[in-house]
Design a binder for this molecule. Sequence first.
Ligand code: SAM
Length: 273
Amino acid sequence: MTDVSERPEEWASKGIDITKPSIARAYDVVLNGKDNFEADRAFVREIVKVVPEIYDVAKYNREILGRGVRFLAEQGIRQFLDLGSGLPTVENTHQVAQRVAPDANVVYVDNDPIVLAHGRALLAENERTAVVTADLRDPKAVMSDPEVTRLIDFGRPTAIMLVGILHHLHDDEDPQGIVEAYMSAVPSGSYLFVTHFCASSQAARDAEKQYLAILGTGRFRTVEEITAYFDGLDLLEPGVVPLPLWRPDGPVPPEGELTVGQRLMYGGIARKP
Ligand code: SAM
């Protein structure tokens, strides 16, 4: 892919403000991508000062995304609504899901126009995958978008994915209510998949201050607050845990020996009864 920072005028002309960090581009920095600008890299440098392992944290998040999507496809899920999907990277949701189930439908939803610009080319590889620009805080609008309704039948079990995104919603935006709006629109046998920044250490609380000051979002919630997103659903084993501990593919250290980075995000999957 072309390095976007090589042609800033082109992005500026699309209404993308490259002087301020964006969530999608800052995440791209920690995933070692090329779709970012100096403001994004400067923000990440500030985070590295408080959480030197932040690049590893992004890796843990992508790894659980892969394990979770594979697990859901193995449970028979054939519809994935990936909310706050981010810029295309390696092992995107449709690639993982369609490896298990070639008939899986995947819709990516993100409100950053840069995601659509790159997503259309890279993600829409087949009829069963679409990228939509929409604000996930408006569940009604998302779930009535023509591309969403083309690929997702809300009468059939669906995976609602809110991976690495709910911490970018402020408390007064009612993240809990937003989760409930999506989960009430899908039938029994659907799943909720969440990963989230956790106030699990002093470094995490310091990182929250930097996120809020520079990026404007980034709430590091407690394990109890994150677990509450799954209220009314059957939380699957091992529950809401540090990301590397969720159904790992290989050996992992005991919880007490995890590093700050390994505990910086928690996640889990639950099934709608
Ligand atoms: N889900 C991917 C993952 O975990 O690897 C990407 C996570 S990235 C940290 C969060 C993404 O959510 C960004 O691409 C950002 O643009 C998007 N986002 C933030 N607020 C959003 C909103 N209100 N509606 C839709 N997308 C949003």
